[in-house]
Design a protein around this ligand. Structure first.
Ligand SMILES: Nc1nc2c(ncn2[C@@H]2O[C@H](COP(=O)(O)OP(=O)(O)O)[C@@H](O)[C@H]2O)c(=O)[nH]1
Ligand SMILES: [Mg+2]
Length: 319
């Protein structure tokens, strides 16, 4: 597997879709052989590329995340001829396709032939749309191949795979009179995002949503309420999309805020919990000295997995 992965690397760096897709599959592969291949790929890529900024786009299903990402990614490519963009949609529904993102506008479809834009959707492992260790792995690859990575996800706050551990910047999408919007803002969720996007501003109720959000922000974030960007857009008409793309370009230019070490530590913990449960977590905290400690002593994320597999398996064997 290592050889295949390294063979495909040059084409993937040129954004050849088929080769990128093959590498993505290796990053999703749960078999032990994939660990080594991933480590080799990451090592090569890190020597040549700085990791890209990751932007999380979250919000309830139907708020228009896919539609706006389809629009705004296209706008980004138009505004900057050098830029490449990857979109990873972690979808809670089982029937997956790029359908919503592509929309039914042929103009949008055309830009999907542009190799500077890569779209991938992945089934979520939870109904809430939480991120899995696999989402992390794919994101880890894409940040080394593209200039900017968007993660579309429903979950914010409720799952341990919190998007804020993966994204450098989190944007919460609201739509006018969205059913559980109030719920969303109550749950302490309003504190997390670096920005809000009110989509469907082609609908008159959007003005109320804007006022409501402003008030909630003044109450719950009095010290930064006036600085938090609220983008008002319509993914349907395209209104506000150029400005939103401008905001994203600033975020991309500012660079990553979450370090790779933090991401690695968080998602190593998630992986241990997934694979080995509470007993695994106890061992990780105890004899392995915590996720960050294990990664450091093993010499990287993949090596830490290999070491944990080997030692934890042997320590749980009956004596
Ligand atoms: N009126 C209006 N409808 C929109 C807008 N953006 C998306 N939609 C519609 O809202 C529905 C959900 O959109 P989708 O992008 O799949 O939402 P997601 O579940 O958040 O990814 C679809 O029927 C879209 O056509 C918008 O700006 N205005
Ligand atoms: Mg969607």
């Amino acid at each position: 597997m290592i050889e295949e992965a390294l063979d495909r690397l040059p084409a993937a760096e040129r954004h050849e879709p088929f080769d990128v897709a093959r590498l993505v599959s290796i990053f999703q592969d749960r078999r032990p052989a994939a660990l080594e291949a991933r480590a080799a790929v990451v090592k090569e890529l890190r020597a040549r590329h700085e990791p890209a900024t990751v932007i999380g786009v979250t919000g309830t299903p139907g708020s228009g995340k896919s539609s706006l990402l389809g629009r705004v990614s296209q706008e980004l490519l138009a505004q900057d001829a050098e830029l490449s963009v990857a979109v990873l949609a972690v979808d809670p529904s089982s029937h997956l396709s790029g359908g919503a993102l592509l929309g039914d506008r042929t103009r949008l479809k055309a830009s999907f032939d542009d190799p500077r834009l890569y779209f991938r959707s992945e089934a979520s492992d939870t109904e809430l749309g939480g991120l899995s260790p696999t989402s992390y792995q794919v994101c880890r690859l894409l940040t080394l191949l593209y200039d900017c990575v968007f993660i579309e996800t429903v979950g914010i706050g409720q799952s341990e795979g919190d998007v804020r551990h993966l994204a450098d910047n989190v944007q919460l999408v609201l739509s006018p009179l969205g059913g559980d919007q109030v719920q969303f803002l109550k749950a302490g969720i309003i504190e997390i995002p670096q920005g809000f996007i009110i989509n469907k501003c082609d609908q008159p109720a959007a003005e109320d949503t804007y006022q409501q959000l402003k008030q909630s922000l003044w109450l719950s974030r009095p010290f930064d309420a006036d600085e938090i960007p609220i983008s008002r857009i319509s993914a349907l008409t395209g209104a506000g999309i150029p400005e939103l793309a401008g905001l994203f370009r600033e975020v991309i230019a500012a660079g990553p805020t979450v370090t790779q070490d933090e991401r690695d530590a968080h998602f190593l913990g998630r992986w241990v919990l997934d694979e080995w449960g509470r007993q695994g977590m106890a061992a990780l905290r105890g004899e392995f000295g915590g996720a960050a400690g294990l990664i450091e002593s093993a010499g990287g994320f993949d090596a830490a997995q290999t070491e944990f597999n080997a030692r934890f398996t042997s320590s749980t064997e009956p004596t």
